[in-house]
Design a protein around this ligand. Structure first.
Ligand code: AMP
Length: 436
């Protein structure tokens, strides 16, 4: 396996990518490939299967995206028969991948569509009918459309599995296999995953042919850019400290373990004057989309997320990650922490640990390979202010109206009627729509 540490390639031209793609990237201000792109693109465009081990924020979307676009550059897709498929665990991630791929695809006369649950069928079905060439899909909805014969996968020339370990975690492996079984054995496959456990190794053995492996050393890359802190506090101080951190300027994300916990923290923040959005699988898709959009748009914003919902969060500019509830293990610690210090930015990661949790946190940070500063913390402690920018919240409750602003219902879709017809069928498929 090749470990990617330095980046001798200085331009996308050096990677033999189609000049139109290079120009479109340039227009977006993207000129120099990130290490994972420089390493994987040459192998991928020469047709090899790829096994990529990169943390989120490393630039893997463009790594597989540019490769697949280069491959299908001059091809034409037939109705219902796409040429390329990207599978992702959550609809948020699918949407974000699509935002990256869509303009590049349009620049070479190709098109993309997001195939995901919680969205109307109409637009997805008509794109397939039209002969859209690239699908960015979550497994559940794609299976639905396969069963309805709206899509055939026998013309796929390239399939990408993004965040395969997360798909495994969410119980999608049977669906992923069912999908892969419908593509040609000799078509190209690229699999990206932070880890190879939870059945991902089996997927690699079964579906990838002599893959070229590329790995970014997860811990090495995060060490330089992220500072880790474990604040040890009395249980009774935890809320005040969290509220003071949430009142800081900047983009902050709080991780909690349960949906209920997310709602509770969000409500408590509102009571002391901090507007925060809750992101979890118990919220409707329109609310989740708005919450995430608001978090992205605003310079200073607070998001309270569960682990599963946060898997789709790829937002730049998050400069503080707070583990409000301790993570389950070191992998969750790294996944959560990876929401900051994306794309070379600098970030801080703070864990709020009670005295009872201190020992367990020591084990988690050690296994994660990070050196964390451990310090006793009290409300408005000088260190709390200097490290996180904590402030006293106003104490003036945010009205429910303001909190609910993020939850404004979206306009009814014209395809609702069509959707209604399929609701029963979708309900049967609910096993695929776990908290996404
Ligand atoms: P990803 O890991 O694919 O989600 O990418 C993380 C961030 O890096 C995104 O904001 C990308 O727009 C950005 N990015 C990816 N590749 C490059 C590049 N070669 N140059 C500059 N920014 C990039």
């Amino acid at each position: 396996m090749q470990l990617i540490e330095s980046n001798p390639i200085t331009s996308f031209e050096d990677l033999d990518l189609n000049p139109i793609l290079v120009r479109t990237l340039k227009n977006q201000g993207i000129e120099k490939p990130f290490p994972i792109q420089a390493a994987t693109i040459p192998d991928a465009i020469s047709g090899h299967d790829i096994l990529g081990r990169g943390q989120t924020g490393s630039g893997k979307t463009l790594a597989f995206g540019l490769s697949l676009l280069n491959t299908i550059f001059a091809m034409k897709s037939a109705p219902h028969r796409p040429l390329a498929l990207v599978l992702a665990p959550t609809r948020e991630l699918a949407q974000q991948i699509n935002e990256v791929l869509h303009p590049l695809a349009r620049s070479i006369g190709q098109d993309t569509v997001v195939i995901a649950g919680g969205m109307p069928y109409g637009k997805q079905v008509s794109a397939l009918k039209r002969g859209v060439s690239i699908l960015v899909a979550t497994p559940g909805r794609l299976i639905d459309l396969l069963e309805r014969n709206d899509v055939k996968l026998d013309s796929l020339v390239v399939t990408v599995l993004d965040e395969a370990d997360q798909m495994a975690d969410m119980g999608f492996l049977p669906a992923v296999k069912q999908i892969l079984n419908q593509s040609k054995k000799d078509s190209q496959r690229m699999l990206f995953s932070a880890t190879l456990d939870r059945g991902v190794d089996g997927l690699v053995r079964q579906y990838l042919r002599n893959p070229k492996q590329h790995s970014i050393k997860e811990i090495e890359t995060s060490k330089g850019k992220m500072d880790h802190y474990v604040f040890v506090m009395k249980q009774q101080d935890k809320s005040s400290i969290a509220h003071q951190i949430a009142s800081r300027d900047g983009k902050t994300i709080f991780f909690v373990r349960t949906q209920r916990g997310a709602d509770r923290l969000t409500d408590n923040l509102a009571k002391v004057g901090v507007v925060a959005g809750a992101l979890h699988g118990g919220k409707s898709q329109s609310v989740r989309t708005r919450t995430l959009a608001r978090f992205k748009e605003e310079g200073s914003a607070v998001l309270v997320a569960t682990d599963v919902a946060a898997r789709g969060i790829h937002v730049d500019g998050i400069d503080l990650v707070v583990h409000y509830d301790a993570p389950a293990d070191h992998k969750d610690y790294l996944h959560r922490s990876g929401r900051t210090a994306r794309a070379g930015e600098v970030g801080r990661v703070v864990t709020l640990a009670t005295q009872n949790e201190q020992r367990a946190m020591g084990g988690i940070t050690m296994r994660a390979g990070v050196e964390a500063w451990v310090m006793a913390m009290t409300p408005m402690h000088q260190k709390l202010i200097s490290i996180t920018g904590a402030k006293e919240p106003s104490g003036i409750p945010v009205s429910q109206v303001a909190v609910n602003k993020v939850a404004t219902a979206s306009k009814p879709s014209p395809s609702r009627k069509f959707d209604k017809k399929n609701r029963n069928k979708r309900n049967r498929r609910k096993r695929f729509t776990a908290e996404r």
